[in-house]
Design a binder for this molecule. Structure first.
Ligand SMILES: [Zn+2]
Length: 240
């Protein structure tokens, strides 16, 4: 299976992280490029966080024939800048898979067992009530998990998405490549990653980011990331 791609928000979405916010025309040019290389049905495009600005991107992807999954944070439904219940029903009706991105977007590798269970179950319950169908997909906020979190998620969701390729071929784990404002123009590099031709450069970047994320306080991590990428990145879900 090809890794999926992760997108977040589009067109200077006011509540979103600038690093992950893309111009819709850049998104379209990337997926047009991919659709010339491979049958779109083989590639899954995923949208994390449930921002309202994903609607035209999901519509375009489906028209092109890509499989799409919108992972939604249930506490943010109907909030300013986020999908409403009606939007979620609409996306589901046009063929987008609805998945959960937890209840409140906490780092699931750093919370107690009871809170973790609630983050996983409550969002599933809310989303199932909206679409009237079972929700089988989950993606980890910040791509962060530990052994316990992944084991627990697997007991509740059939498919669990992480924010890196599925290097170890774990069963029912969806590996993904994150598309951001810096790499979205590198069509060829993304195409190479999609074909599982993982470069050392990409691996080193993933490792450094993993180490920094795990061992540094979030504020310091964001400061470093902003300095290195010269982009304003912020954690829009902290302190809400
Ligand atoms: Zn997220």
């Amino acid at each position: 299976m090809y890794p999926a791609l992760i997108f977040h928000s589009f067109n200077n979405n006011p509540n979103s992280d600038r690093f992950y916010d893309l111009k819709i025309e850049n998104f379209i040019s990337l997926i047009d490029f991919i659709s010339q290389k491979i049958k779109p049905t083989k590639i899954t495009l995923t949208f994390d966080d449930g921002f309202k600005s994903i609607i035209p991107a999901v519509e375009y992807s489906l028209r092109k024939g890509f499989k799409t999954i919108a992972y939604i944070i249930s506490d943010y439904i109907d909030k300013d800048g986020f999908l409403t219940k009606k939007d979620i029903k609409y996306l589901y009706s046009i063929g987008c898979i609805i998945g959960s991105h937890s209840k409140s977007h906490r780092d699931l590798s750093k919370i107690g067992k009871d809170i973790l269970k609630n983050e996983l179950l409550e969002s599933k319950r809310v989303l199932e009530k909206i679409i009237g169908e079972e929700v089988n997909h989950f993606s980890f906020p910040y791509g962060a998990y530990n052994k316990y979190a992944i084991r627990k998620a697997k007991t509740i969701y059939k498919f669990n998405a992480i924010s890196r390729p599925n290097f170890f071929k774990q069963k029912n784990i969806i590996g993904r490549i994150s598309i951001n404002s810096l790499n979205c123009h590198s069509h060829n590099n993304i195409w190479i990653l999609l074909r599982k031709k993982i470069s050392y450069k990409y691996l080193i970047r993933l490792c450094i980011s993993y180490i920094l994320k795990t061992f540094l306080p979030n504020k310091v991590y964001l400061f470093l990331k902003n300095t290195i990428t010269k982009k304003k990145s912020k954690d829009v879900f902290k302190g809400k």
